[in-house]
Design a protein around this ligand. Structure first.
Ligand code: KIV
Ligand code: ZN
Length: 512
């Protein structure tokens, strides 16, 4: 593929330095427990990052303990701790027993004068002393000239020369307040690069939505390492998003790295769940809409050939995501036919047109159209749906809940002729009941509940609740079903049982 000339300077392989557990945890409102940090660190390791920045040990006792726990996990990735260029911080990082200490100090005039109240000479001396302290302890040292993109260029060159002389192993160029444009970042990285033989690293913030562009441009200017965070979390508007940087480098710039891209989606969801910072549906690479198609033209295109309306160099399989055809007012008949076909239904051409019109009408009324709505419309237009063979038949359902006991559900069901019983606990009675049904289906390939929606049809404490569920099998086939009852647990289980039977009717066989 033809590459722009400037990309010719990119190194063959770029290292990923992940700062989800450090700068990411500095996202306002985010605080992770030690166990949560450990879970994320393990996932980052399996994702293939080169460095896990586990935290800032001198900032609190809990932070010290969590960095030390991550350091003793025996990860394949190097474990790093952050420290200011002060003895107390560096000693705390050394005590946490990490492989790598990341020392930083402000080098821009505005931060030296107002945040540090130090002169250039004092900053230079502190930087050198900090690096030497890390090296004397026998550890690898990454040095950051904080606010490098607002630092006087001559002073930045003096700092990088002094850092190299003092024994730093890598020099980081942070765009601390996210003001760099790709052109500025390219110029700064190129000029630092011509002043040192040290490997260069960049840390880009996203205040102007340029963090990813600035990171990959820095690579084209010769940076060998990028600092990123899962879902782009971090101070203010966050850091460069790990998934986007990995995909741009690998899929668009042909730069090698060690990220196992198939784990990007799962990693994003884990960090979303544990930090509570929601991933927007239109987030690149991992957002819910990245491989979703609603418009008739696009859906028809991707049914014929996915590259028509997707990048092609990035598929859902590559990033562990899934492709979805979405129902709504823009839907086309090809998507309707495809979705019904996957459920084993073969409407005539006229019926497909009628079903498509009715789906559009629902969408026009501002309603979110679900798979269950599609089945209901198809049933009405086709004069009823064929009874699917019932692999799973519910016999009994009992639920126990209260303010002092964990909600527990037991389910008795006939599965392919065998009467089976299973029970499970959950965060609530519905969750427990759904888990019990899932556990009774143990011998089958995993059927995932991908959507659960509850709506009250009538008012009052005896309101009828309508539950709509969508499930997916490992091949990515989806099925939906709905049920209504005054009892939301019963409605939930009935809807799930119907959806499970529908997906099994698509040919999901029991595993031997
Ligand atoms: O944004 C920043 O400059 C930082 C440094 C500690 C690298 O987070
Ligand atoms: Zn930062």
């Amino acid at each position: 593929m033809f590459l722009p000339e400037e990309e010719a300077r990119a190194p063959e392989k770029v290292r990923f330095f992940d700062t989800t557990l450090r700068d990411g945890e500095q996202t306002p409102g985010v605080s992770l427990t030690i166990d949560e940090k450990v879970e994320i660190a393990r996932q980052l390791d399996s994702l293939g990052v080169d460095v896990v920045e586990a935290g800032f040990p001198s900032s609190s006792k809990g932070e010290m303990d969590s960095v030390a726990r991550v350091a003793e996990l025996g990860l394949g990735a190097e474990v790093c701790a952050l420290a200011r260029c002060v003895d107390r911080d560096i000693d705390a990082a050394i005590d946490a027993d990490v492989d790598l200490v990341h020392v930083f100090i402000s080098t821009s005039d505005v931060q030296m004068e107002h945040a540090l109240k130090m002169s250039r000479e004092e900053v230079m001396d502190a930087a050198v002393a900090g690096i030497e302290r890390v090296k004397d302890a026998g550890l690898t040292c990454l040095f950051s000239a904080m606010d490098a993109t607002r630092t006087d260029e001559d002073f930045l060159v003096e700092i990088v020369e002094a850092a190299e002389e003092a024994g730093a192993d890598t020099f980081n160029v942070p765009d601390t307040v996210g003001i760099a444009t790709p052109a500025l970042m390219h110029r700064i990285v190129s000029s630092v690069r011509s002043a040192t033989d040290l490997p260069l690293d960049v840390h880009c913030h996203n205040d102007f939505n340029l963090a990813v562009a600035n990171s990959v441009t820095s690579v084209s200017a010769g940076a060998q390492q990028v600092q990123v965070a899962v879902n782009g979390i971090g101070e203010r508007a966050g850091n460069a998003d790990l998934a986007s940087v990995a995909m741009v480098l690998g899929a668009l710039m042909d730069v090698d790295h060690s990220i196992e891209t198939e784990e990007l989606y799962e990693t994003s969801r884990l960090v979303e769940r544990l930090t509570g910072v929601q991933v927007p549906v239109n987030m690149p690479v991992v957002g819910d809409n990245v491989f979703s198609h609603e418009s008739g033209i696009h859906s028809h295109g991707v049914i014929e050939e996915s590259q028509t309306f997707e990048p092609g160099v990035m598929t859902p399989e590559m990033v562990g995501h899934r492709r979805r055809l979405v129902l709504g007012k823009h839907v086309g008949r090809h998507a309707v036919e495809e979705l019904l076909g996957r459920a084993g239904l073969e409407p005539t051409d006229e019926q497909v047109s009628e079903i498509t019109e009715r789906v559009k009408d629902l969408g026009d009324k501002g309603k979110r159209v679900t798979g269950a709505d599609l089945y209901a419309i198809a049933g009405a237009v086709m004069g009823g749906l064929p009874e699917e063979e019932k692999v799973l038949e519910l016999v009994d359902l009992a639920v126990m809940t209260g303010n002092r006991i964990a909600p527990t559900a037991s389910v008795k069901a006939v599965v392919e002729g065998d009467e089976l019983v299973a029970s499970a606990t959950g965060v609530g009675p519905v969750d427990a009941a759904i888990k019990a049904v899932q556990s009774i289906m143990n011998g089958f390939p995993e059927i995932t509940l991908t959507s659960y929606r509850l709506e009250a049809i009538t008012g009052g404490s005896d309101a009828v609740a309508e539950v709509l569920v969508e499930v997916e099998n490992p091949e990515g086939d989806q099925a939906a079903a709905g049920s209504a009852s005054e009892d939301i647990v019963i409605a939930s289980v009935e809807a799930l049982v119907t959806a499970v039977n529908r997906i099994l009717a698509m040919g999901t066989d029991r595993e031997e």
